[in-house]
Write a protein that binds this ligand. Structure first.
Ligand code: UDP
Length: 501
C-alpha cells in the first residue's frame, strides 16, 4: 500500500484518535485509525485499559508491520457507584452506570487533553461524536478536528429533515405513516419507528444529540465508513445540510483487516476462533453447502425479552434453513434455560449452531456456506454484509436502524424486512414482539431461491463488487482517504509557513 507520509520524520503527519467506549463506536474508529497508519500517518489512539484490551493485538500487529501506531492509556479514577473495572458501555450496562461512566470518562480525558496534545503534537484530531468538547480543544490547539458520527448519510439526512420539518407531529397516531420531506426519495415512516429523542426534546439524550450536531457543524469535516455507490446522493445532501466536508473510508473492516488474525480478533482482543469456537462454528460451516446457512446477529447492544427470544428460536427452527445464531449473554434464568435447551436440540439435528457472546463476524460473513444475514441494521454490520455480497433480512431495533432499513429495502432493494414496527432504546426490551411466523417467512423468502430473492442477490453481489473496488488503488474510498490525508498535510504545511507572531 502506498505511503502518503511526507518526506522527513519532522514533517510526518501526526494524528490523535479518540474513540468512544461502546463496541460499535470503538471498533470502527480503531479501524479508521489503523487505515490512516497504513497510509503513512503517525497515529496515537487514546483510551482506557479495558477498551484498549479489545483492539491492542491489532495495533501490535500493525506496529510489527512497521506502521507508526500506538495506544495511550488513560486510567479512570474510582467513581462512587461505578463498579471497579467497568470501562465499556454495552448491552449489559444499565443506563445509570452508562451515565456515570460517560461523565467520568469525559472529565478524565478532557482534563488531560491539552497536556496530551502538547505531548504528541498532532496535526489533526479524529474524535468520536460523543466527545463534544473536543471541537474546542482542537481549536485551542490550532488543529482541525474530524468527527466520527457513525450511521449512514441516509439516516443523518432523514433525521435532519425530522428536526427541521417535524412531519411526525402532523400525524394523529403512532402508526400513521408520514413523508420525510427534502430527500431524493419519498421515505415514509411512522412515529413508532423514529428515535425517542424526536418525541422528547427535553430528554437529556436529546440535548446531548443537539450538542453533537452543533460540534459536528463546527468540525473541519466528518469521516464515514460508507462508500459512494452505497448512498452517494445522500452524501452530497449531508454535506449541504452540515456545511462541512466529509470523506468515505468504507468498507473499512475488510480494508484494514486483511488477514485472518485481524479478522478473528476484531472487537474482542483475542481470537474468538480459539477453544470451542474454533472447532465449533468453522467445522460446522465447513460441513454445509454453499450459500445454505443464514447468519443471525443483532450487534453488540441488543436486549431481548424471554418472549422475543422464544419467538426467534421457533422462527429459526420453522424457517427450514440452517442457521448460526449469535446469542448475547443472557442474565434471565428463564431465557437462558430456554436457549440452552434449544441449542442442544438444533445441534443434535445439525440444523443450527449457536455462538454465545462475541462472534468472529468478519470470518463468518466471508465463509462460502453463508447465504444470507438477519441483521438489526447497525451500520457496521450493514456495510460488512454488503461487502460480503450477502442479502439481508432487516430487523431494526434502536438508534438510526429504522432509517437504514429503508435504505436497504426500498432504495437499494437488497433486503427483505421482517416487519418490525417499534423503535426501542438499546437498554430496553420494548413492547413489540416479532412473531415466529414473520421471522420464518422473511428468512424463507430470502433463502428460498425464488425469482424475487434472486434479484435481491444479484443486486447485492453487484454492490459488493463495487465496494471491493472502492478500497483498491484509484477506487472512490481509496481516493477519499488520500484526499483527507492530503488536505490535513496541506493544512499542516500552511501552518508551518505562517510566521510565528
Ligand atoms: N460484531 C462482531 N461480533 C459480534 C457482534 C458484533 O464482530 O458478535 C461486530 C460487527 O462485525 C460490527 C460491530 O461489532 O462491526 C457491531 O456494530 P453494528 O453497527 O453492526 O451494531 P451495534 O453493535 O452498534 O448495534
Amino acid at each position: 500500500m502506498e505511503s502518503i507520509g511526507v518526506e522527513g520524520e519532522y514533517e510526518k503527519l501526526k494524528a490523535i484518535f479518540l474513540p468512544f467506549i461502546t463496541p460499535s463506536h470503538l471498533v470502527p474508529v480503531v479501524d479508521i485509525a489503523r487505515i490512516f497508519a497504513m497510509h503513512g500517518v503517525d497515529v496515537t489512539i487514546i483510551t482506557t485499559p479495558a477498551n484498549a484490551a479489545v483492539f491492542q493485538s491489532s495495533v501490535d500487529r500493525d506496529a510489527s508491520r512497521r506502521r507508526s501506531i500506538r495506544t495511550h492509556l488513560v486510567k479512570l479514577p474510582h467513581v462512587p457507584g461505578l463498579p471497579e473495572g467497568v470501562e465499556t458501555i454495552n448491552a449489559t450496562t444499565s443506563k445509570d452506570i452508562g451515565g456515570k461512566l460517560y461523565e467520568a470518562l469525559n472529565k478524565t480525558i478532557q482534563t488531560q487533553f491539552q497536556q496530551l496534545l502538547h505531548q504528541y503534537k498532532p496535526d489533526f484530531l479524529v474524535s468520536d461524536m460523543f466527545y463534544t468538547w473536543s471541537v474546542d480543544a482542537a481549536a485551542e490547539f490550532g488543529i482541525p478536528r474530524l468527527i466520527y458520527v457513525g450511521g449512514t448519510y441516509f439516516a443523518h439526512c432523514a433525521m435532519d429533515s425530522l428536526e427541521r420539518f417535524e412531519p411526525h407531529k402532523k400525524v394523529e397516531s403512532d402508526d400513521e405513516s408520514f413523508l420525510i420531506p427534502g430527500l431524493p426519495y419519498n421515505m415514509e415512516m411512522t412515529r413508532s419507528q423514529i428515535p425517542a429523542r424526536f418525541k422528547k426534546p427535553d430528554d437529556p439524550f436529546s440535548y446531548l444529540m443537539k450538542m453533537v450536531k452543533e460540534s459536528e457543524k463546527r468540525s473541519y469535516g466528518s469521516l464515514f465508513k460508507s462508500f459512494y455507490a452505497f448512498e452517494g446522493a445522500y452524501e452530497e445532501l449531508y454535506r449541504k445540510i452540515m456545511g462541512t466536508k466529509s470523506w468515505n473510508v468504507g468498507p473499512i473492516s475488510s480494508w484494514v483487516n486483511q488477514d485472518a488474525s485481524d479478522k478473528g480478533s476484531r472487537g474482542h482482543g483475542k481470537e474468538v476462533e480459539e477453544g470451542r469456537e474454533k472447532v465449533g462454528w468453522l467445522a460446522w460451516l465447513n460441513s454445509k453447502q454453499k450459500g445454505s446457512v443464514v447468519y443471525v446477529c443483532f450487534g453488540s447492544m441488543n436486549n431481548f425479552s424471554a418472549t422475543q427470544i422464544t419467538e426467534i428460536a421457533h422462527g429459526l427452527e420453522d424457517c427450514g434453513h440452517d442457521f448460526i445464531w449469535v446469542v448475547r449473554k443472557i442474565d434471565e434464568d428463564e431465557s437462558r434455560a430456554l436457549v440452552e435447551e434449544f441449542e442442544k436440540r438444533v445441534e443434535a439435528s445439525k440444523k443450527g449452531y449457536l455462538i454465545w457472546g462475541w462472534a468472529p463476524q468478519l470470518l463468518i460473513l466471508e465463509h462460502p456456506a453463508i447465504g444470507g444475514v438477519v441483521t438489526h441494521c447497525g451500520m457496521n454490520t450493514v456495510i460488512e454484509t454488503v461487502d460480503a455480497g450477502l442479502p439481508m433480512v432487516t430487523w431494526p431495533l434502536f438508534a438510526e436502524q429504522f432509517f437504514n432499513e429503508r435504505l436497504l429495502v426500498d432504495v437499494l432493494k437488497i433486503a427483505v424486512p421482517v416487519g418490525a414496527k417499534e423503535w426501542k432504546s438499546w437498554s430496553e426490551f420494548g413492547n413489540e414482539i416479532v412473531e415466529r411466523e414473520k421471522i420464518a417467512k422473511a428468512i424463507s423468502l430470502l433463502m428460498g431461491g425464488g425469482e424475487e430473492c434472486e434479484e435481491v442477490r444479484r443486486r447485492v453481489k453487484a454492490l459488493s463488487d463495487v465496494a471491493k473496488k472502492a478500497i483498491k488503488i484509484g477506487g472512490s474510498s481509496y481516493n477519499s482517504l488520500k484526499d483527507v490525508i492530503q488536505e490535513m498535510k496541506s493544512l499542516k504545511l500552511e501552518k508551518l509557513k505562517k510566521p510565528v507572531s
